[in-house]
Design a protein around this ligand. Structure first.
Ligand SMILES: [Zn+2]
Length: 293
C-alpha cells in the first residue's frame, strides 16, 4: 500500500483527532497462514492492537496501530497451539516503533548528532522509546564486523571522560580514531597501553598490518602500543602535541635566560617577561608590530 509505504498491509482506519497524533490502523494482507508445525490452515483466534511510533508526517506525529492477528492450529494433537503474526519489515518484536522510524532515528542520532530528546519531541514520543531504538539498531551497527574496514592511519588519543567521586578524580579514556576518514572507531578505558593493545589484538594481525601510519601524542604508552602491535607503521606525532612541547621548551629556555642575565624571575617591566606570549604565538596570528619584534 503506497499511502502508508509499508509492504503487504491494508489500511483499516485513520483516526484524525485534531491536536493528537494521526493514528493509522493497518493489518497484514498475507493470508491464509499455515501452521508452522503441521502446515494445516490456521484459524484467526483474535486480534491484538499494538501502537507503534512512526515517522512524523509534515511535522505531525504519527502512530501506526498494527492489528496483529493471533492464529491457532485447528489440529488438537498439534503442539503449536497459538501464535501471533510477525513481520520484521513493519516492526521488530521488542520495540515500540516501526522499523523505518527505528532506522531513521538511528541515523538522526548517530550520523546527524541530534539529541535523543530532540528526536523524541519531533516524533511526539517518550525519550526511552527513542533511546531503546538507538541502542537496538545502533548496537547492531557497532557490532558489525565490517564496520572498521581497512584503516591506513590509526590514531590514539587520550580524553578526560569523567570526574568521579567527592574529589573529582579524573578518569581518562583512549580514543581509537581512523585519522584518514576522521572517524571515531572505539573508546577504551584508561590511558595506559593495555586496553588499546587488547583491542588491536582482537582485531588480529592482518588488520594491524594494514595500518601504515600511526598518530599519537608524545606519550610513552601509546608509542609502546604502536611499536608492539603495528611495527610496520610510521609513527607520526600529531602537530598539536608537538607544538605544545616546543612551546613549553621555549618557555623553559626564556625563564632560564631571564634568571641568568638578570638574576631574578621575570618582572612586569622585563623585556623577556613582556614578550612571553609573543614568543609562543602562531606566526599567522601575529600583527605587524609583533612580527617586527
Ligand atoms: Zn499445527
Amino acid at each position: 500500500m503506497s499511502l502508508v509505504g509499508l509492504p503487504d498491509v491494508v489500511i483499516l482506519d485513520v483516526e484524525d483527532v485534531p491536536g493528537a497524533a494521526l493514528r493509522v490502523h493497518v493489518e497484514l494482507t498475507r493470508s491464509p497462514q499455515g501452521c508452522p508445525t503441521c502446515g494445516v490452515i490456521a484459524h484467526v483466534e483474535d486480534r491484538r492492537r499494538v501502537e507503534l511510533v512512526d515517522l512524523s508526517m509534515g511535522g505531525r506525529p504519527m502512530r501506526l496501530v498494527w492489528v496483529r492477528r493471533r492464529f491457532r492450529c485447528p489440529e488438537s494433537s498439534c503442539p503449536s497451539g497459538s501464535w501471533t503474526e510477525d513481520d520484521p519489515r513493519i516492526a521488530s518484536k521488542r520495540l515500540m516503533m516501526t522499523d523505518r522510524s527505528g532506522r531513521w532515528i538511528t541515523e538522526q542520532v548517530g550520523r546527524c548528532a541530534r539529541s535523543v530528546s530532540e528526536v523524541a519531541r519531533e516524533l511526539g514520543c517518550d525519550w526511552h522509546t527513542v533511546n531503546d531504538a538507538v541502542v537496538a539498531y545502533g548496537g547492531a551497527l557497532v557490532d558489525h564486523p565490517d564496520r572498521f574496514g581497512v584503516v591506513e592511519a590509526l590514531g590514539l588519543d587520550e580524553v578526560l571522560m569523567v570526574r568521579r567521586g567527592p574529589w573529582h578524580r579524573q578518569e581518562f579514556s583512549t580514543l581509537l580514531v581512523d585519522v584518514g576518514r576522521g572517524q571515531l572507531l572505539d573508546v577504551v578505558p584508561g590511558r595506559s597501553s593495555t586496553e588499546p593493545m587488547v583491542w588491536l589484538a582482537k582485531k588480529g594481525k592482518p588488520w594491524c598490518d594494514q595500518v601504515r601510519f600511526a598518530t599519537l601524542d608524545l606519550s610513552g604508552p601509546y608509542r609502546k602500543v604502536f611499536t608492539l602491535m603495528t611495527p610496520g607503521a610510521i609513527q607520526v606525532a600529531d602537530p598539536f602535541h608537538l607544538i605544545k612541547l616546543a612551546n613549553s621548551k621555549l618557555d623553559e629556555c626564556r625563564r632560564r635566560v631571564q634568571n641568568k642575565t638578570l638574576g631574578h624571575r621575570g618582572h612586569k617591566a622585563d623585556p623577556l617577561y613582556r614578550c612571553r606570549r609573543l614568543l609562543t604565538k602562531a606566526e599567522e596570528r601575529l600583527d605587524v608590530k609583533g612580527e617586527r619584534n
